[in-house]
Design a protein around this ligand. Structure first.
Ligand SMILES: *[C@@H]1O[C@H](CO)[C@@H](O)[C@H](O)[C@H]1NC(C)=O
Ligand SMILES: *[C@@H]1O[C@H](CO)[C@@H](O)[C@H](O)[C@H]1NC(C)=O
Ligand SMILES: *[C@@H]1O[C@H](CO)[C@@H](O)[C@H](O)[C@H]1NC(C)=O
Length: 792
């Protein structure tokens, strides 16, 4: 089992960065310092002397308590942050490391998991996805389509008064719904309606670590004081709103993917982050409430599944029939950056759409450098050039000390009256503009670092500003440096060009979109799929300006954001539509329909490109490809997966019986699974083989797959094989004849590879595909083969 730790991934590019809590092992923190732990208990073993599970959990705490006896009782009671009973059995509490140790050794305790803090990682997208052809045979044709489905959004809450959440023409709340509208600060129970049918908030874990929240800055209620949650909720299920735009940009009709689906909002993210103990409590409630889809635009570090609360919660949810989609993370374009990788989660990366917001830089030497921006205020005078300075300092050769334009870092004497070049980095891009403006700058250019590549993100700036790619940034810095040396003061201006449609090529894989390979299970290709995630227009609260900067007094009904956070709710909304059309489909069948119909070709008929380089992208960047809603409605065949299959997968991934129980809440028997094969045999809609080249010349493996006919009763599928370069790929049988709907047939795929020259520790990745077609449906599975040269 490969476990790897990645640095913190922010899934929304606008999110404010705060330090990630490292997952310490119990012993590394000082004994007296208390931290939150999530404790899984053998629920069914509760002795009858305890009236409730909570009483029993309190007795555990009392028995390990290191606090002195006289004060222990009351204190222990209050130390339980949440109890869990649906997707997880147990509780969370603040414990010293010694207490956590002791607890771990008690009988009836399955696992003690240290809490992780996570962070949130946005309308032309329905049109781009082909959903707007509503009156034809489209997905949205039925008038009440999707209205029985409930999408749970786990995020920063919601601004319920937005037009996107109106309940006009919606029928009564679906009878199966058991959720609640929990009132709180500035959020009366009347905030919910027939669109927003549930709202809850979870903060005990947050406050246990961060102390009491500051209610001037955030609402102790489901109300969104950040904007992220309002945005993601309206992407998944916003109503049609016309006209919609942000500061005049992206004018048109705004709508979510499933405009009639109901929303239930679970606020788990606060200024200090999203705490696992709260996320778990939210999933526990949401599954009991009766959500159909869980949308989670939140991510953290990748850890083994039995220590990953999101993976555990998602397993419980998917077992209850809930489709879970999660953002892949914004750690791209580097490899091994994908997060939320459990095979029962649908992991969504971000692509661009065919719309952009060009705002080019013109330098004093006449050079034009393309940029991107959403700036709606008074501009720079047309035709005039302004002095330009670089906020960092140029060193020898390519070395320079960069400037992130952090608060208080700019000297007004240096930047006053000038366009200021800042480097992209961890602080919010719009916040840099605020700093430049306060220091007297009249414009700003944000230059990507090498790591960011050429990807451009448009922001609602508070002054005339634009973003340029890494090579454009280099060119601007070189120009400034050369002009200064030759005593001709460098000048520039920014030319705003508004909204441009019909961009080709599109989609591209967004630079920031997190990439494979899967750090936890290389046998499962991740991300699964990409969906629109760059410059997405969606609803925005009234409390915050579109730049997210506190001093921004502008108010907009909509805002444009980017991130895999924005891609994820597109898939969540689509999953609700698919479930509405196919109520009997499992979450795995819905995922299969989305994956096997995804496309990998852009609107110029070439393989999708990578925005960070302009080069062709690969399956490690886009997984099965870009989501294609209309085709997903009628996939022909699906690769279905049961809970038992996931258990076999965990067995074959060498998880212990105890660790499997931590995920599945059941005792597993791995003997059958081990006989049956390997982790890659999970009936996943994509295939991934990993070969270690221990001096071997030929390597081979096989995959057994089962497809279920969900198309026409009598249909014959033939296979087309596209082997990875230099490999032999066979499929047996090469023809599958179905007699009825629901019928399952197996096939065996064998891949043979010849060792390639690799330096120790390096690897080579090649991909191909297997395509089943009956002439009407095309069912595509990518196959990725990784050859690894061991270090020694
Ligand atoms: C809460 O935030 C406000 C606004 O930033 C600040 O003025 C106030 O001091 C904060 N209160 C506490 C208790 O930190
Ligand atoms: C992009 O492609 C060019 C031309 O094939 C190549 O030289 C370059 O290394 C590639 N860049 C990356 C980052 O792969
Ligand atoms: C599980 O362990 C076996 C035996 O050590 C090993 O051959 C196999 O590669 C491991 N599988 C995974 C997925 O780590």
């Amino acid at each position: 089992m490969a476990s790897s730790s990645l640095s913190l991934i922010l899934l929304s590019l606008i999110a404010v960065v705060s330090a990630a809590a490292a997952i310490d092992d119990f012993s590394s923190s000082s004994n007296s310092e208390k931290k939150t732990f999530i404790i899984q208990v053998q629920h069914e073993s509760k002795p009858s002397v305890f009236a409730t599970h909570r009483h029993w959990y309190e007795s555990f705490l009392a028995s390990v308590s290191t606090t002195i006896q006289s004060e222990s009782r009351d204190e222990d009671t209050s130390r339980i942050l949440h109890t869990y009973e649906t997707v997880f059995r147990g509780f969370s509490a603040k414990l010293s490391s010694l207490e956590a140790h002791k607890l771990q050794s008690l009988s009836h305790i399955i696992t003690v998991i240290p809490e992780q803090v996570r962070h949130v990682q946005t309308t032309r997208s329905p049109e781009f996805l082909g959903l707007r052809k509503a009156d034809s045979a489209g997905l949205l044709k039925e008038s009440d389509f999707g209205s029985d489905l409930v999408i749970g959004v786990f995020d920063t809450g919601i601004w319920p008064e937005r037009q996107s959440f109106n309940d006009r023409d919606l029928g009564p709340v679906p009878p199966k719904w058991k959720g609640q509208c929990v009132a709180g600060k500035d959020f009366p129970a009347t905030s919910c309606n027939r669109k927003l049918i549930g709202a809850r908030y979870f903060y005990n874990g947050y406050e246990a670590t961060n102390g009491k929240m500051n209610e001037t800055l955030e609402h102790r209620s489901p109300r969104d004081s950040d904007g992220h949650g309002t945005h993601t909720a309206s992407i998944a299920a916003g109503r049609y709103v016309f006209p919609a735009s942000t500061l005049g940009y992206a004018r048109g009709m705004a709508a979510g993917m499933a405009p009639k689906a109901r929303l239930a909002v679970y606020k788990v993210c606060w200024i200090g982050g999203c705490f696992d103990s709260d996320i778990l409590a939210a999933f526990d409630a949401a599954v009991a409430d009766g959500i159909d889809v869980a949308s989670l635009s939140v991510g953290g570090v990748v850890v083994p599944y039995h220590l990953d609360v999101i993976a555990i919660a998602a397993f419980g949810a998917s077992e209850a029939g809930v489709f879970v989609s999660a953002s892949a993370g914004n750690g791209g374009p580097g490899g091994l950056t994908v997060t939320n990788v459990a095979p029962w989660v649908t992991t969504v990366g971000a692509g661009t759409i065919d719309r952009d917001f060009p705002a080019d830089v013109k330098l004093g030497n006449g050079k034009i450098i393309s940029g991107s921006s959403i700036y709606g205020g008074p501009g720079l005078t047309l035709g005039r050039l302004y002095p330009i300075v670089y906020a960092g300092t140029e060193g020898d050769g390519d070395a320079y000390s960069s400037s992130l334009c952090l608060e208080g870092s700019l000297d007004p004497n240096f930047v006053g009256g000038k366009i200021v070049v800042c480097d992209r980095g961890i602080n919010s891009r719009a916040a840099k503009g605020d700093v430049v403006k306060k220091a007297g700058g009249i414009g700003m250019i944000i230059a990507n670092g090498v790591f960011d590549g050429e990807g451009l993100v448009a922001d609602c700036h508070v002054l005339p500003a634009t973003s340029v790619g890494a090579s454009g940034g280099d060119e601007i810095r070189r120009y400034i440096s050369a002009a200064s040396k030759s005593n001709t003061p460098p000048t520039a201006t920014i030319i705003f060009k508004g909204t441009r449609l019909g961009i080709r090529p599109a989609p591209l894989v967004a630079s920031f979109s997190a990439r494979g390979p899967n750090p936890e299970s290389p046998e499962i290709l991740k991300p699964d799929i990409i969906a629109p995630g760059l410059n997405i227009l969606a609803a925005w609260p009234d409390k915050i300006g579109p730049s997210g900067v506190p001093s921004d007094g502008r108010r907009t009904e909509f805002n444009i954001l980017s991130g895999t956070s924005m891609a994820c709710p597109h898939v969540s909304g689509l999953a609700a539509l698919l479930k509405a059309a196919h109520p009997d489909w499992s979450p795995a069948a819905i995922k299969s329909a989305l994956l096997t119909t995804a496309y990998t070709v852009d609107n110029k008929e070439g393989t999708m490109l990578d925005e960070s380089t302009g080069n062709v992208s690969s399956v490690l960047d886009f997984g099965s490809g870009h989501v294609h809603p209309e085709k997903a409605m009628d996939p022909g065949l699906v690769y279905d997966i049961t809970t038992y299959d996931y258990v076999d997968f965990l067995c074959n991934s060498n998880y212990t019986i105890k660790n499997i129980k931590a995920i599945t809440r059941k005792n597993a028997d791995c003997s059958g699974a081990k006989r049956a094969g390997h982790a890659g045999n999970l009936n996943y809609p994509s295939l991934s083989a990993v070969f270690e080249q221990y001096g071997k010349h030929k390597m081979s493996t096989h995959f057994i797959r089962t497809v279920t006919n969900v198309g026409d009763p009598n249909s014959v599928y033939k296979v087309t094989i596209n082997p990875p370069a230099g490999m032999v790929l066979t499929v047996q049988p090469d023809k599958l004849s179905f007699r009825r709907v629901g019928q399952k047939l197996n096939f065996l795929t064998r891949v043979e590879a010849t060792a390639v020259k690799l330096s120790p520790g390096s690897s080579s990745v090649k991909s191909g595909s297997i395509v089943w077609s009956d002439g009407k449906h095309t069912v595509t599975s990518p196959l990725v083969v990784t050859m690894q040269q061991p270090l020694q």
